[in-house]
Design a protein around this ligand. Structure first.
Ligand code: F3S
Length: 62
């Protein structure tokens, strides 16, 4: 599984980092996925973060 943050959509709210800091981190004003693939134990939180993003900037690829 791979997570991608669309930097053009991200508004830097940081919710994804709060929910899943195993995968997401802030990179300046926007978030980025710092690991690929997403570790198995972080997949559930990663999906939760994607759903919680207010601007749907996170894509998940299986
Ligand atoms: Fe950006 Fe969404 Fe995360 S706005 S900081 S990708 S929750």
């Amino acid at each position: 599984m791979k997570a991608t943050v669309d930097k053009d959509s991200c508004i830097g709210c940081g919710v994804c980092v709060q929910i899943c800091d195993a995968v997401f981190e802030m990179d300046g004003d926007v978030a980025r996925a710092k690991v690929e693939p997403v570790p198995a134990e972080a997949e559930a939180a990663c999906r939760e973060a994607a759903e919680a993003c207010p601007v749907e900037a996170i894509s998940i690829a299986e």
